[in-house]
Ligand binder design. Structure first.
Ligand code: FAD
Length: 488
C-alpha cells in the first residue's frame, strides 16, 4: 500500500486525507494542535460555545461529496438547513434591510428600503451567475498549472468568454455602475471581504461571490460550523486515516529534489507523497529552509489577504432584531478600506459583523443569552501595536453597536475571548495572520497563487487556503479535490 503524509488537519488537509484513503493510500495526518480543524474550530467559555473561525457555510455539496465518494450517506454524519435570510444589514442612517435568499424577495426588499430598482439587483445577480459559469471550470475546479485543463472544451469556451468576467475594472467601479444608491453599492462591495480583499482594488470578477449565496444558498449545520470538521474527521478515521495531534512537523526531508519524508520532534517518517496543508509561505520558510534554491520566490512575495479581529462575547440578553448573520456598516467604506490596506491600521468606524449561532442552535448560549461572534476586518500582521489597536477597536465597536441597537452593549458582555492577527498566525501557522492566504486585489491573483504541487520538488503537494484556488471552506475543499486528483 502506498503511503501519504498530510501536514495539518485543517479542512483541506482532512478532505485530502479522505480522498487519498478512498484511492487506497495509507494516510497519516500530523497536526500541531491538540484538535483538528485549524481555523474551523470552536471555543467554549462559561456556558457559551462559539465557532472560532468560519461562520458562513456555502456550497455544502462539496462536503457531502466526500461522504458520497466513500459510499456513505452524508445525512448519517452531518446535516444542515438553508437560511431564508442570508444576512441582516444595518446602516448608520437607520436603514435596516434583510438579504433574503430568494432573488425576487431580496430585490424587492432593496427596492422597498432604498428605492433602488429591483431590476438592477436582478440584473446584477444574473451577471454574477454569468461570471460563475465562466470562471467555475477554469479558475475553481481545476488546476491552472496542468496543460490538460486548457485542452478541455469547456475551458476553451470559457477562455473565449473571459472578457465577460469584468477583470479590467474594480469591483467598486462595477457596482457603482450597476446601482445608484450608495447603500446598495456598499452591500455588494462587501463581498470582496469574503476572500480578504479590498473592493476598491479587487477586480469586478469577485462579483461572482453573491451568486454562491443567492443561487446555491447559505446554510447552517445543525451542530454548528465545527460539526463540519467533526463529521469529516469521523469519516476519515473510518476510512483508516491516522491522525497524530500535538505533533508539529519541523522539516520536509528532500533528497535530489524528491521528498523522502517528514521530521517531527520525535521521529522521522518516511513517505514519498507529502501534502502540506500548512500555509505555503511557512511550508517553504520553516519546513524547507535548507533548500532556498527550491523556493518559488515570486509566488511567495504575493500580497497577503486581510486578517480579522474577533471578540467572542457572551451577551446576557436576546435581540429579536438580530439573526444568524448581521452586518453593521461603516458610514464611509472607502475610508475604512484605506485604513486597512493603505495605512495598515484600524478605522474609527469599522464595519462590524455579528454572528449568533445560538439563534439556530439554542444550546450555544445559556437561556436568555446570546453568543456573539463580533468581527471586524483588519490588516494582516505587520508588527502593529495590536494591544493598543484591540483596545481602541473594542471601544469603537461597543459605541457603534450601542448606538445602532439603542442599548448599552458594554453592560451586557459577561464573557470575552479575543482572536487577533497574532493569534491567528500562531494558532494555525498562517503567515501574517491572513485568513485567506493571498489577497485577490490583483487582477492576476488567480494565476499567481501557488499551484497544488511543487514544480521543483517531486512528491510535494499543497492544499488549503494559501494555494490554488484560494481561501474559504468551499475553495479549500476544491483544493483538496484538485490535489488528490493530481496524486497518482
Ligand atoms: P487551516 O485552517 O489554516 O489549518 C491548517 C492546519 O495546519 C492547522 O490546524 C495548523 O495547526 C496545522 N499546521 C500548520 N503547520 C503545521 C506543522 N508544521 N505541523 C503540523 N500541523 C501544522 N471561510 C468560509 O468559508 N466562511 C467563513 O465565514 C469564513 N470566515 C472566517 C473567519 C475567520 C475568523 C477565519 C480565521 C477564517 C474564515 N474563513 C471562512 C476562512 C476559512 O476558515 C479558511 O479558508 C479555511 O478554514 C482554511 O483551511 P485550511 O485547510 O487552509 O487550513
Amino acid at each position: 500500500q502506498q503511503k501519504a503524509v498530510v501536514i495539518g488537519a485543517g479542512i483541506a488537509g482532512i478532505a485530502t486525507a479522505i480522498r487519498l484513503a478512498i484511492k487506497g493510500y495509507q494516510v497519516e495526518v500530523f497536526e500541531a494542535n491538540s484538535y483538528p480543524g485549524g481555523k474551523l474550530s470552536e471555543i467554549e467559555q462559561n456556558g457559551y460555545r462559539f465557532d472560532a473561525g468560519p461562520s458562513l457555510f456555502t456550497m455544502p455539496q462539496y462536503v457531502d461529496e466526500l461522504f458520497t465518494l466513500a459510499g456513505k450517506n452524508p445525512r448519517d454524519y452531518f446535516s444542515y438547513d438553508q437560511l431564508d435570510i442570508v444576512c441582516n444589514y444595518f446602516y448608520e442612517d437607520g436603514t435596516r434591510l434583510s438579504a433574503y435568499a430568494s432573488t425576487q424577495q431580496f430585490a424587492k426588499e432593496i427596492e422597498d428600503k432604498t428605492g433602488e430598482a429591483a431590476s438592477a439587483v436582478i440584473n446584477h445577480l444574473a451577471n454574477s451567475r454569468d461570471i460563475y459559469d465562466i470562471t467555475n471550470h477554469v479558475f475553481l475546479e481545476r488546476s491552472l498549472h496542468r496543460l490538460q485543463t486548457f485542452l478541455r472544451w469547456d475551458t476553451v469556451r470559457s477562455i473565449f468568454r473571459l472578457p465577460q468576467i469584468d477583470a479590467m475594472r474594480t469591483m467598486h467601479k462595477a457596482n457603482s455602475a450597476s446601482f445608484k444608491d450608495a447603500r446598495v453599492v456598499q452591500l455588494f462591495d462587501r463581498y470582496a471581504t469574503y476572500n480578504g480583499s479590498d473592493p476598491y482594488q479587487a477586480p469586478a470578477t469577485l462579483n461572482v461571490i453573491p451568486h454562491l449565496e443567492h443561487h446555491f444558498g447559505a446554510y447552517f449545520p445543525h451542530g454548528g460550523m465545527y460539526s463540519i470538521t467533526q463529521s469529516l474527521v469521523k469519516l476519515a478515521e473510518e476510512l483508516g486515516v491516522k491522525f497524530t495531534y500535538n505533533s508539529t512537523v519541523n522539516e520536509i526531508v528532500v533528497d535530489s529534489k524528491r521528498v523522502k519524508g517528514i521530521k517531527t520532534k520525535d521521529e522521522l517518517i518516511a513517505a514519498d507523497t507529502i501534502v502540506s496543508n500548512m500555509d505555503v509561505w511557512f511550508t517553504y520558510k520553516k519546513l524547507l529552509g535548507k533548500h532556498p534554491a527550491l523556493h518559488p520566490q515570486k509566488t511567495l512575495s504575493q500580497q497577503r489577504s486581510s486578517s480579522a479581529l474577533i471578540f467572542y462575547w457572551g451577551i446576557k440578553k436576546t435581540f429579536p432584531e438580530l439573526d444568524l448573520h448581521n452586518i453593521f456598516f461603516s458610514a464611509d467604506y472607502l475610508a475604512e478600506f484605506d485604513h486597512i490596506w493603505k495605512k495598515q491600521t484600524l478605522y474609527h468606524d469599522p464595519t462590524v459583523y455579528i454572528n449568533i449561532s445560538s439563534k439556530l442552535k439554542a444550546n450555544d448560549a445559556p437561556e436568555g443569552c446570546e453568543n456573539w461572534f463580533v468581527m471586524i476586518n483588519v490588516p494582516s500582521n505587520n508588527g502593529q501595536n495590536w494591544d493598543n489597536l484591540i483596545a481602541e477597536a473594542r471601544a469603537y465597536i461597543l459605541s457603534k453597536l450601542s448606538r445602532l441597537l439603542d442599548e448599552d452593549i458594554s453592560k451586557l458582555v459577561e464573557t470575552e475571548s479575543i482572536l487577533d492577527p497574532r493569534s491567528i498566525e500562531s494558532k494555525t501557522s498562517s503567515y501574517k495572520g491572513s485568513i485567506y492566504g493571498t489577497s485577490s486585489n490583483n487582477r492576476f491573483a488567480a494565476f499567481l497563487r501557488h499551484a497544488n504541487q511543487s514544480s521543483k520538488i517531486k512528491g510535494l503537494h499543497f492544499c488549503g487556503g494559501s494555494v490554488h484556488p484560494g481561501g474559504g471552506i468551499p475553495l479549500c475543499l476544491l483544493s483538496a479535490k484538485i490535489t488528490a486528483d493530481m496524486i497518482e
